[in-house]
Ligand binder design. Structure first.
Ligand SMILES: [Zn+2]
Ligand SMILES: [Zn+2]
Length: 130
């Protein structure tokens, strides 16, 4: 049985979000921007519409970094955890709120099902075939 929502928190717990299902996708992204912004081989994102995600607490700890024109990556100013990706660059993404799956402390409604920007994946990065 699946709950109606899931809770996501940064490492220090100052910032907490509540996201309502259904999610739109769960994808492993290998683009260079995600990899460097998160200092990781890939970032697993879960996507929601903006109106499905509610900030429970921690607004004062959220900062926005514009990683490319019209694209913002939120992070916790207290612990440095990356919190979200928002972009007005692609029409599809304009009303979406993408969050790292790793932040979720309660189960979500789907498993990863797609690899994005595989052409930018370094050979050493972990890889799951679908
Ligand atoms: Zn934090
Ligand atoms: Zn990416």
């Amino acid at each position: 049985m699946t709950a109606s929502h899931a809770i996501a928190r940064c490492h220090c717990g100052a910032v907490e979000f509540r996201a309502a299902f259904p999610s739109r996708f769960v994808a492993h992204c290998f683009c260079q921007s995600c990899r460097t912004a998160h200092a990781a081989g890939s970032v697993t994102w879960i996507g929601f519409k903006k109106n499905q995600v509610e900030l429970v607490k921690g607004a004062e700890f959220i900062n926005n970094y514009e990683s490319s024109p019209n694209t913002w990556r939120k992070f916790c100013t207290q612990c440095g955890t990356r919190l979200a990706f928002e972009s007005a660059r692609e029409a599809d993404w304009a009303d979406e709120f993408h969050m790292p799956l790793a932040l979720f402390v309660t189960p979500v409604d789907r498993k990863p099902h797609v690899n994005s920007f595989l052409e930018e994946r370094p050979q050493w990065a972990p890889y799951h075939e679908f």
